[in-house]
Ligand binder design. Structure first.
Ligand code: GRF
Length: 231
């Protein structure tokens, strides 16, 4: 993949099916994201379909085994701030890859591993994530006010879709936000609300959220590019 005048090189991190990665690939191929290219795709899972998607489009795709360490516990308690541990070996490899492939923006597209504060410090405001729930503008706090003025809890961490269903809220959504050491708590770039329908299951709701996400991720990359364009 290459564009004539690539200005923004993405490193996309996936752990699963990679439908959001596909949305970016499609947007680039249909000229919706001029001056953007995907420099590489990295997965912590060898069998992630996202890797296959990348290879089908001649994008370098790398399986990077990820060492587990206690920060994984934050999936259970997302309000805990990622401890400022030294960069792990996996993160150090990831850093090297991003420098090697001259990545300008790291996109977490269904990446299921916590990145440490020490790792993130290397790429301030240059790592974005897609989250399947609504976060406030600054990413902080425990409530979100919808466009219709309804206050709902903020759902962070794993299973945000299920959390919304369990809480019985009528509206949820997805957003793209900057990644900070606190899990799912960084400033929001763009978001869309989605109505929860009677009889929705985690699967049906997540599918509808993903349709929205595919628009949002393209919009977020575009906004980032505009923001970083040389004057
Ligand atoms: C998305 O729903 C995203 O919000 C969450 O993980 C899911 C990834 O889906 N972080 P896919 O792998 O892009 O299909």
């Amino acid at each position: 993949m290459s564009s004539q005048n690539p200005l923004l090189r993405l490193g996309v991190l996936v752990s699963g099916t990679g439908s959001n990665l596909q949305a970016i690939i499609d947007a680039i191929e249909s000229q919706q994201l001029p001056g953007v290219e995907i420099a590489l795709v990295v997965s912590n899972k060898a069998d992630a379909y996202g890797l296959q998607r990348a290879l089908k489009h001649d994008i370098p795709a790398i399986y990077l085994p990820w060492e587990q360490r206690p920060v994984g516990a934050q999936f259970i308690a997302p309000e805990i701030i990622a401890p400022k541990l030294a960069i792990s070996e996996s993160e150090s490899r990831l850093t090297t890859l991003h420098h090697l492939f001259q990545v300008d923006l790291i996109v977490l597209a269904g990446w299921m591993r916590i990145l440490s504060a020490a790792f993130l410090e290397q790429f301030p405001q240059h790592v974005i994530n897609i989250h399947p729930a609504l976060l406030p503008d600054d990413g902080k706090g425990s409530t979100f006010t919808t466009k219709n003025g309804i206050q709902i809890p903020v759902f962070r961490g794993l299973h945000a879709v299920r959390q919304a269903l369990d809480a019985g809220v009528k509206i949820t959504g997805s957003c793209v936000h900057f990644v900070t050491p606190e899990v799912d708590s960084g400033p929001v770039i763009c978001r869309e609300e989605v109505v929860i329908e009677e009889g929705d299951t985690e699967e049906t709701l997540h599918e509808r959220l993903k349709i929205v996400e595919h628009r949002l991720i393209v919009k977020a990359v575009e906004s980032f590019k505009v923001l970083h364009e040389p004057a």
